[in-house]
Ligand binder design. Sequence first.
Ligand SMILES: O=C(O)CCC(=O)C(=O)O
Ligand SMILES: [Mn+2]
Length: 198
Amino acid sequence: MQNSLFPRPANLLPFQGDVFYEPGFFSKQEADNHLIALQSEIPWKQEPILLFGKKIMQPRLTAWMGDKPYTYSGITMQPHVFGPTMMAIKNKLEAFTQSTFNTALLNLYRDGSDSMGWHRDNEKELGPEPIIASISLGAVREFQLRHYQTKEHVQKISLEHGSLLLMQGQTNTYWEHRIPKTSKPLAARINITFRQIQ
Ligand SMILES: O=C(O)CCC(=O)C(=O)O
Ligand SMILES: [Mn+2]
């Protein structure tokens, strides 16, 4: 994971997990180009989820990439192939993290009223201590983490345009995370979480 261009950042969690933030992972120019390309290259859709047995629409647009369908919260997402922009992002990420990723979940938050609720990325197929690499493009949104059992130790990170956030080790066993709504007038943000599924 070490790269001579980047000094090793500090762990943002106090215990039971490792979260690293790399604000300038992409240059402003690269991040601008990826943001524009992905807005049109990705077949964005608003999908329902099952919440307490009721189907409700997710408050954001999504897409799934990989070689298998993906099932979570009662819905199954059909996979798309990695296009040229996604391949360029994945290649840079794999070189930097010295890890491989075979799937990606993409989220498009259209404005501040789009969000993602508290959850852990702990699906069985990810294995016990997955590396999840999260790329942010566009509007700056606040990412929050809190301890899953105690709901304490809330950590807040502003995820900037072109940044990388790595969650690894025990993070997704002991910590949950979310992107809260905000009343700030914000432009769109794209988030991509790369994962390795067995
Ligand atoms: O938008 C983000 O930064 C978080 C996305 C996320 O947690 C997920 O896709 O599982
Ligand atoms: Mn997540």
